[in-house]
Design a binder for this molecule. Structure first.
Ligand code: FES
Length: 509
């Protein structure tokens, strides 16, 4: 834990601090299961729990360690207030579907609350109001329209000129009775319960494909097979596309978080600004002290200014409005947004009966991820789910999806070409320690990082997914791809898909 007003040197999410996680072996041989799950985040672990409770044999694998991906880097708000969306959703999907979306989020909240009580989990679950605030005249009308949408949908809300938040605002929209919790305390227990119910969990085991004989089999990088009846892809970006064309239908964004001990007292509630740059605020208790979580600064992965500047912007905001005493933690996360802002939950494509996917939660993974696990469990066990059609990945909404589709793919095409044409011939002799640059070595665009011991690590910057050029992320010391969000360590290892293979290492000798 950092003990100064300065940004911590290394990113580390608060959620994993001081929590003892069970560790799980690497998969060493081919196995059979009823359901094979790839990804040990909120969807994978919740689905493992729900399925194993019904005596279904589950095998779950994670490429790293469980609960250390997006779920381990969240803000952990359990809310149906997902920015200003209900007015927009009513226009695009109609009142009935929008009501279903709200209902799904509230069902997720009820599930977490009920499970917390049933299993007596100490996970700091607390009811809180969720509040969108604005200080911009432009957004006041949008908040007013959103309140009308709340009324139409029967959502308990209140529009007010003032909330007890120390950040300047002119209007705020409150959604009552939402909640916050410590997601890893909750999910760690669900993982333990799943194991008690007979689920097998494996770490450091990367899935690279699904193959069919009669049944599907998950194929790992080291060649083992998990032969099962159903596959759940809960790996953030689906590792197996199944002709669902996911890279063309989602885009990745990064955002940043600070845990700040501040001079000002937290007023209660969970806040998010309507305007950009987004500021999202909630509190946690760390060692008996109240700490603000300050989150925001989202941008497309691998694009825009140096990533450390995003942390600095949050630091400036916290100093100006809260008064920083200490910055305890900093971390960042990556989220995927779909064409119409609704997650893709269901069969990976119409052709694939046995492979399911859950992705594209657009920052709101606590409620959407929980309901995803419930929907997929229902689909697998043959139970009717009211949300099946709403979230189905094969839905087609002509407007606004098509325009967005064109925009996402034009952006990918631009980055594919731009990176190749760029004149990059920086001198690595002048590189500072703990920094990176892009240069050309033997005609190849090469990324070079110099560590604290002045050791160089060079990689071919061509992303192994579809060939875009990765860019340096100074905040996390990673190479990030602007096209579909793959991320690689400075040694080239895959940190985040869709890429499955590491960047090629270049020898500088
Ligand atoms: Fe798709 Fe890099 S080209 S993630």
């Amino acid at each position: 834990m950092n003990e100064s007003k300065e940004l911590p040197q290394f990113p580390e999410p608060y959620w994993r601090d001081k929590l003892d996680f069970p560790s799980f072996p690497k998969l060493k041989e081919s196995i059979k299961a009823d359901v094979g799950i790839v990804g040990g985040g909120i969807v994978g672990i919740t689905a493992a729990y729900l399925l194993s409770k019904q005596n279904i044999k589950v095998a779950l694998i994670d490429a790293g360690v469980i609960l250390n991906g997006t779920t381990g880097h969240t803000t952990a708000k359990i809310t149906a207030q997902h920015d200003i969306i209900y007015d927009e959703f009513i226009k695009h999907f109609g009142e009935d579907k929008t009501k279903l979306y709200y209902q799904a989020q509230m069902e997720a909240k009820e599930f977490i609350e009920k499970t917390t009580t049933e299993l007596n989990i100490d996970c700091d679950f607390k009811e809180q109001d969720a509040i969108i605030y604005t200080n911009s005249d432009e957004y006041i009308t949008q908040l007013e329209n959103e309140k009308k949408a709340y009324d139409q949908l029967g959502i308990e809300g209140e529009l007010t000129d003032s909330v007890p938040l120390q950040v300047p605002h002119k209007k705020a929209l409150i959604m009552k009775n939402q909640a916050q919790y410590h997601p890893l305390k909750f999910l760690k227990r669900l993982a333990e319960e799943s194991v008690k119910n007979g689920a097998q969990l494996f770490e450091n085991t990367t899935a690279i494909d699904v193959e069919y004989n009669k049944n599907p089999a998950i194929i790992t990088r080291e060649g083992q097979r998990i032969v099962c009846q159903y596959v759940i892809e809960a790996s953030h970006f689906p590792f197996y596309d199944g002709q669902g064309f996911y890279p063309a239908r989602m885009y990745p964004e990064r955002s940043y978080a600070l845990a700040v001990k501040a001079k000002k007292k937290f007023p209660g509630g969970m806040y998010i600004s309507a305007e950009s740059p987004t500021r999202s605020l909630r509190s946690v208790e760390i060692d008996g002290e109240e700490v603000w979580l300050v989150i925001g600064e989202k941008h497309k992965t691998g694009q825009g200014k140096s990533t450390i500047e995003h942390y600095q912007a949050l630091q400036d905001f916290a100093e100006a409005h809260l008064g920083i005493e200490k910055i305890l933690f900093r971390w960042s996360t990556q989220d995927l947004t779909t064409l119409d802002k609704l997650p893709y939950i269901g069969r990976v494509s119409e052709e694939e009966e046995a492979v399911f996917v859950a992705t594209g939660f657009r920052k709101w993974g606590m409620s959407n991820g929980t309901i995803a696990a419930k929907i997929l469990t229902d689909l697998i066990t043959g139970k009717e789910s009211p949300y099946k059609d709403l979230y189905t990945p094969s839905r087609f909404q002509a407007d606004p999806s098509l325009r967005k589709f064109a925009r996402i793919n034009a952006d990918v095409a631009k980055h594919l070409i731009k990176g190749k044409l760029e004149f990059t011939d920086n001198n690595i002799k002048t590189l500072s320690t703990d920094d990176a640059t892009v240069t050309r070595i033997n005609g190849k665009r090469t990324g070079v990082y110099k560590d604290k011991e002045d050791k160089f690590f060079a990689v071919d910057t061509t992303c192994t997914h579809m060939g875009c050029e990765v860019e340096w992320n100074s905040g996390e010391r990673s190479w990030d791809c602007p096209c579909h969000g793959s991320r690689f360590s400075y040694t080239g290892e895959v940190m985040e898909g869709p890429a499955k293979r590491p960047l090629e290492r270049i020898d500088l000798e």
